[in-house]
Design a protein around this ligand. Structure first.
Ligand SMILES: Cc1ncc(COP(=O)(O)O)c(C=O)c1O
Length: 441
């Protein structure tokens, strides 16, 4: 087991501060607040870190960016230019990916609804690696493949039903993703593999599982691989020539928000002996795919807000920022603690506890403060930055209270800051909500 508490907190605080105080102040003055800042170098470095962490695998290892975490075109283009695979979940994501120059052969398509027309469209677009996690979905894929006259490479999505310690669990009994190895119905991996193997149009490529996001104990991967190996062994009695070419172990690599978590290197070190053993026993030189949305995109990004009001209740000081959970939904939904920092820094005031409140008229619009936060000297007029917000935040931006989407600015490799998303104006929002449609009442 990886010792989750083995890393000193001070080290973590330094490693996740991506922008300097000067940069935060200058960009916020230029573009206004709230504003998201993204660092291209960090995005690229995260790819290297994952690759290195799994470099001890005896066969090919591929990293796939899960673009559900952040589909901003500039971010997608950075990862496309890295030549990595992409985990794509909807026709909309596929559109973004293609427009950003992504090649269909680098896409892994994993739908939740698995509709026939959806499969037909992705096959027509040239995507051939498809994950299937339901019997109906497989029938839909077979029909779509016939119509499109294509032969997809299929990964059977299994739900290994193992215990998962994670911020968000995706594999558990009766969960919505994938199929169990044996459920007693056609919705089992056993039936899926049979149906794929028996259909000459389909190419069975291997298995996929996704255990959860922000996985804090990698033991679940080992348990899932154990179950998978037993299952493959059983299937190989029925199909002696079954060839497992791909094992996709999904996402879940965690990010430091509020407490130490295992690093990719620690996770890789823990999984490697088991993956190597499995690969050797399979004798098919399988490729291992590691998907990641959160780890690849979170640390590159900071949301800068401004402290616009404050009040005190006894020993509690409430500070109001011009952000809210419409920009960081998981702060409300999951009580996600994004590390916060005040600029310019001030003096520690032992007599007051500081609570950060958002601008929405909703009780849940309070930001839990990470133990890595430093709110010393928070007062009206200063900036408050939320760190590590690059994953599952920009994609959830919403217009509650007629709030507009803020600008996104990227620091390029040469240090230049460029606008990569224009701030939405209130006029844009009014028009998008139908305000200018010719309707009389
Ligand atoms: C199938 C699949 N793969 C990968 C991911 C990415 O997970 P993470 O961002 O935690 O790496 C998800 C997230 O929901 C997912 O559903």
């Amino acid at each position: 087991m990886v010792e989750a508490n083995s890393r000193p907190v001070a080290k973590i605080r330094v490693s996740t501060r991506v922008f300097s105080e000067n940069e935060i102040r200058e960009i916020s003055q230029k573009y206004g607040t709230p504003v998201f800042l993204i660092d291209e170098e960090t995005l690229r470095r995260k790819v290297r870190e994952l690759e290195e962490a799994f470099s001890g695998f005896r066969g090919p290892i591929r990293i796939a960016y899960s673009m559900k975490a952040n589909f901003n075109p500039a971010v997608v283009k950075v990862f496309v230019s890295e030549g990595i695979l992409f985990d794509i979940t909807s026709l909309g994501e596929l559109y973004f990916y293609s427009r950003c120059g992504g090649a269909p052969e680098n896409a892994i398509y994993t739908s939740v609804t698995e509709e026939e027309q959806e499969f037909f469209q992705i096959l027509q677009a040239g995507v051939s690696r498809i994950v299937v996690g339901s019997y109906n979905g497989l029938i839909n894929l077979i029909n779509a493949s016939e119509r499109a006259q294509k032969s997809p490479r299929i990964l059977a999505r299994v739900n290994p039903e193992v215990a998962v310690k994670a911020g968000i669990r995706a594999s558990y009994r009766h969960g919505k993703f994938g199929v169990p190895f044996n459920s007693g119905t056609t919705d089992s991996a056993h039936h899926l593999v049979r149906k794929i193997m028996d259909n000459p149009r389909l190419i069975f490529e291997g298995f996929h599982f996704h255990l959860g996001s922000q996985v804090v104990d990698p033991q679940c991967f080992l348990s899932a691989l154990d179950k998978l190996e037993i299952f493959i062994h059983r299937m190989s009695r029925e199909y002696p020539d079954i060839n497992v070419k791909v094992i996709d172990i999904g996402g879940g690599t965690p990010v430091v928000y509020d407490e130490p978590v295992p690093t990719p290197r620690e996770i890789g070190t823990m999984l490697m002996p088991r993956l190597n053993q499995l690969a050797q026993r399979l004798n098919s030189n399988p490729t291992v795919i590691l998907e990641s949305g959160r780890y690849l995109s979170a640390e590159s990004c900071v949301l800068v807000s401004k402290i616009v009001n404050a009040k005190t209740y006894g020993d509690q000081k409430l500070i109001f920022v011009d952000a809210g959970y419409h920009l960081l939904l998981d702060a409300a939904l999951l009580r996600q603690e994004y590390p916060q920092e005040v600029y310019p820094k001030g003096r520690y005031e032992p007599e007051s506890r500081i609570t950060v409140a958002g601008r929405l008229c909703d009780t849940y619009d309070i930001f839990p403060s990470s133990q890595l936060s430093n709110l010393d000297g928070a007062s009206v007029g200063k900036f408050l930055a939320f760190r590590n917000v690059g994953a599952y935040s920009i994609v959830f931006n919403m217009p509650f209270h007629c709030q507009t989407k803020p600008a996104i600015v990227m620091r390029r490799m040469n240090g230049d800051f460029v606008l990569v998303r224009q701030a939405q104006t209130i006029e844009d929002l009014y028009r998008e909500e139908g305000g200018e449609l010719e309707i009389t009442f």
